[in-house]
Design a protein around this ligand. Structure first.
Ligand code: SF4
Length: 390
């Protein structure tokens, strides 16, 4: 191989992308007016003419992919997912929102409802109550199937309103309803779990609403409600009430660069620091420095106008995602992420199996074709032999 072949005119060796192309491959540019190259380049052969293989390399992926947890408590999980492409990060986000199963009230049998709330409205509100129960031991319920302890949870809601003290009611006519009446407000805490004989063991935890103070209806003396609620296992794709998260989102890691540090000094540096609403810039020895790039919300104030745009550069890193997951309380936020990863792995296994089956079928068809051709050849040879004998 000659020098002419190994080194291109811009001095970038073959097999290495020029800086600008590498930057476009790994970063999304942000200017005041537009987002530059947001779609990315995922085609494995995109840079083949430059001798660069852009396909996913499993060993590289295993080396670069990592998760860094930045905040973890019962209801919130924040983590950095590094070294993966946007489709994978987005698949994880979508699975967390809509494919991790939970339990939610699906059927409501109304024996009595004399409140001012319509039956449908109360049933809808009951469905939206997050239930604190591990869904894993339950089987999904199918339409038409009988409810039992293995595919459902049963709750009762029974309450009637009456005067707390009939003798003083008139005297306290302007007192708040809670003072005058018993059961003037029905909250989610009034739901009581009814254990079935074949209910799975739930580690000694009695299923109940995550929050006891969700208002379902208001009653006045003489009004009552008596309902039976059945919770089943489902996923958010079917109805949002089964979604285990209030929100699950990500943003790409912001990168803020001061292009001309020499020009951003003194009053100019202070001006830049003050105009940033997120206080991303600090002043060190009279010059502006990027101190907290993760806090950048890409408001683009620091690149407004050609003068500022020459000094500051905004980008987002294409393979670094800042995830925030907020659980509804049914399961810990960490469990939501782990369950979603499990679903993603299952999907990959399903695709792999489908591909294997397709290849096997194709090979099988190929074998049949070969056998058929062999049979035809043998028949033809036998025919020729018979003709010769004749
Ligand atoms: S884009 Fe907005 S938040 Fe980000 S560094 Fe510039 S001014 Fe600050």
């Amino acid at each position: 191989m000659t020098d002419m072949e190994t080194v291109r005119p811009n001095q970038t060796p073959r097999g290495v992308l020029p800086d600008a192309m590498e930057r476009a491959r790994t970063h999304v540019g942000v200017t005041y007016k537009k987002i530059v190259n947001p779609q990315g380049t995922y085609n494995a052969r995109a840079y083949r003419s430059l001798g660069v293989d852009n396909s996913l390399d499993m060993s590289d992926f295993m080396k670069t992919c990592k998760v860094v947890i930045t905040l973890l408590n019962k209801d919130d999980c924040q983590f950095d997912l590094i070294g993966v492409d946007a489709p994978i990060a987005n698949a994880l986000r979508r699975i967390m929102l809509s494919e991790v199963p939970t339990m939610a009230i699906e059927k409501v049998f109304i024996h009595d409802n004399t409140s001012v709330m319509h039956d449908e409205m109360i049933a809808h509100r009951l469905g939206l109550i997050p239930l604190l129960v591990d869904p894993r031991p339950f089987q999904p319920w199918k339409e038409g199937e009988a409810f039992n302890g293995r595919n459902s949870l049963r709750f009762k809601l029974k309450a009637s309103c009456s005067l707390l003290n009939p003798r003083t009611a008139n005297a306290n006519a302007h007192a708040p309803p809670e003072v005058l009446y018993r059961n003037s407000s029905i909250f989610s805490g009034s739901l009581t779990y009814v254990k079935e004989a074949d209910s799975p063991l739930l580690d000694g935890v009695t299923p109940r609403p995550v929050h006891d103070n969700l208002l379902l209806a208001k009653l006045r003396p003489g009004q009552s409600i008596n309902m039976e609620c059945v919770a089943t296992k489902g996923i958010g794709k079917e109805h949002a009430k089964w979604s285990p998260v209030g929100t699950a989102f990500y943003r790409m890691l912001p990168e803020v660069t001061i292009k001309q540090p020499d020009l951003v000094k003194g009053p100019e540096a202070h001006k830049l620091s003050e105009l940033c609403p997120q206080k991303v810039f600090d002043i060190e020895e009279g010059a502006a420095v990027v101190a907290r790039p993760r806090d950048c919300t890409m408001c683009r104030e620091c690149v407004r106008g050609s003068e500022r745009a020459e000094k500051v550069k905004l980008e987002r890193k294409r393979n670094h995602f800042l995830f925030e997951v907020e659980s509804t309380g049914q399961m810990p936020a960490k469990s939501v992420v782990l369950e979603a990863l499990g679903v993603l792995i299952q999907k990959c296994n399903d695709v792999e199996k489908a591909l294997d089956d397709a290849v096997r079928r194709r090979l099988g068809e190929g074998e049949d074709e070969v056998m058929e051709a062999q049979e035809q050849n043998e028949n033809a040879e036998q025919g020729e032999a018979v003709q010769m004998e004749e």
